[in-house]
Ligand binder design. Structure first.
Ligand code: SF4
Ligand code: SF4
Length: 472
């Protein structure tokens, strides 16, 4: 029986509930009166249920689809303004005992180079990331109790936070590691992580078990219930995601929203972020083997419908996607992008040799961070390196109340400008700096609260004079 309050995966992601939602969506997709009602509810900015959102996703009436895209764009502006948060992944180790058939790190792959960063390697990698201008990292590691035990992950986090090179600092470490127990989540919390991210890959249990034939990840319930254990361990910012292309996208979309509803119902706070990766080519992996691949148009519609259904939740897109796809979905709802990513273990300090590659997937967007920053500004966005909430203890529901109280222009906006200014002073090319300085001047004018505006202007002058790390 479907029960969003249950702590059992098969009850909060109940297969029959997903199927009947899809049936309802398919029957009503062009009931324009119903679609209008759902859009009217979405305009109240309180989100939608999975049943309502599924109808929008299925709707193929041209005029209504345009309304869906327009509304997503509007909600994106209302909740996030024109800021885009920037981060980079850091792969710590690709040793893995699991058999995931879509990932080149599966244990049977004998031709990929296996690597694990030592603490000295981390110092080199993180220094290189700091020298680009990064302030936020997402660390990634395969599941391997011998090579990558929790103690190793904790040690890496400690090392990352300790590295201070010139004006560089990593101020927020998000963690993407395998599902684990409450005790380990508690340790991660104590180590000062930002968001705990775990992709579900697919919510379809039968497919899940086939795609994860061996290893601890085979256990659907243990994996799907991980966020509940993370929250029990004190982590209140969690990031969901599915790997689009493994199963039918309608199924994944519906179940993903059911998962978000479950977290909100049980823990009082929904997911902090949702990631939207699509399966890509990699060593030993041919994406064409998976017959549920989705077009760029459907992908954009999924992003728009997620934005409408969970307006407070950040949405993340990686360099798996090309510049043009990223440009499209940033407008429709994506709030965080990675830049200048390496999806190999190491590779920031020194590129990997051709015969020693350890990449998890091919990167489509290969631009430097300076190019990404400049591109965003030319599109009218403020690239933000802000990590203020986490450092001020505004996580979980405190973070959500900041979003809901509409303080974005008085809080996120100045923080974005101040962290962008740091970037421009310390790392930008001459051209990027000129564009950025003009943008900051213009954007400061948009801060409604005069006191905040005055403080932000003063702080930016101080950054100009060499001081760092201001925040609201
Ligand atoms: S997806 Fe994760 S768990 Fe699966 S093989 Fe790759 S690294 Fe290992
Ligand atoms: S102030 Fe908080 S919510 Fe706003 S951008 Fe910074 S970290 Fe994000």
């Amino acid at each position: 029986m479907y029960n969003p309050k249950s702590l059992k995966a098969e009850e909060f992601i109940e297969h029959q509930e997903v199927l009947s939602t899809l049936e309802h969506a398919s029957k009503n997709k062009n009931d324009l009166q119903l679609v209008d009602q759902i859009l009217a509810k979405a305009r109240l900015k309180k989100g939608l249920t999975h049943q309502e959102a599924a109808v929008l996703l299925d709707c193929d009436d041209t005029a209504k689809v345009k309304e869906i895209f327009d509304l997503a764009e509007q909600l994106k502006k209302d909740f996030y303004g024109n800021r885009i948060v920037i981060f980079a992944p850091l792969y710590l180790s690709n040793y893995c005992v699991n058999g995931c058939v879509y990932c080149p790190y599966h244990f049977k792959n004998k031709h990929i180079a296996r690597k694990k960063l030592s603490q000295d390697d981390i110092v080199r990698e993180v220094t290189a990331l700091q020298d680009m201008g990064h302030k936020r990292l997402a660390i990634e590691a395969g599941e391997d109790p011998v090579n990558n035990p929790i103690e190793y992950i904790l040690e890496c986090i400690k090392t990352i936070y300790s590295i201070k090179h010139k004006n560089g600092a990593i101020r927020r470490v998000n963690v993407n590691i395998a599902a684990t127990n409450v005790e380990n989540y508690r340790k991660l919390k104590e180590a000062g992580i930002g968001t705990y991210i775990l992709f579900q890959e697919t919510y379809h249990k039968e497919s899940y078990e086939k795609l994860h034939p061996t290893g601890p990840k085979h256990n659907y319930a243990y994996h799907t219930e991980a966020m509940d254990r993370a929250m029990e361990g004190g982590i209140d910012d969690v990031g969901l995601g599915v790997l689009f292309g493994l199963e039918l996208y309608r199924y994944e979309f519906t179940a993903l929203l059911m998962h978000a509803e479950h977290l909100e119902t049980v823990h009082g706070v929904g997911p902090h972020t949702i990631s939207v990766p699509r399966i890509k080519h990699a060593d030993d992996i041919d994406p064409n083997v998976f017959d549920n691949g989705i077009s760029d148009e459907i992908f954009a519609k999924i992003c728009a419908c997620i934005r409408i259904a969970v307006p407070y939740t950040g949405m993340i897109i990686s360099t798996r996607e090309s510049q043009s796809v990223r440009e499209k979905v940033i407008r429709l709802g994506v709030s965080q992008v990675s830049g200048a990513s390496r999806t190999s273990v190491g590779g920031y300090y020194e590129p990997e040799a051709e015969d020693d590659k350890s990449e998890q997937f091919d990167v489509s967007d290969k631009r430097t961070l300076d190019e990404v920053v400049k591109w965003l500004m030319q599109l009218g966005y403020i690239p933000s390196f802000c990590t203020a909430c986490y450092r001020e203890g505004r996580t979980g529901d405190r973070f959500m109340s900041l979003c809901k109280s509409g303080q974005i222009l008085n809080c996120c906006h100045p923080n974005a400008l101040m962290t962008l200014k740091e970037y421009l002073e310390d790392y930008a090319s001459k051209d990027t700096k000129q564009i950025g300085d003009r943008l900051i001047e213009k954007e400061l004018e948009k801060i409604p609260n005069q006191k905040v505006k005055k403080t932000a202007t003063e702080d930016i002058n101080q950054i100009n004079a060499g001081k760092r790390d201001f925040r609201f």
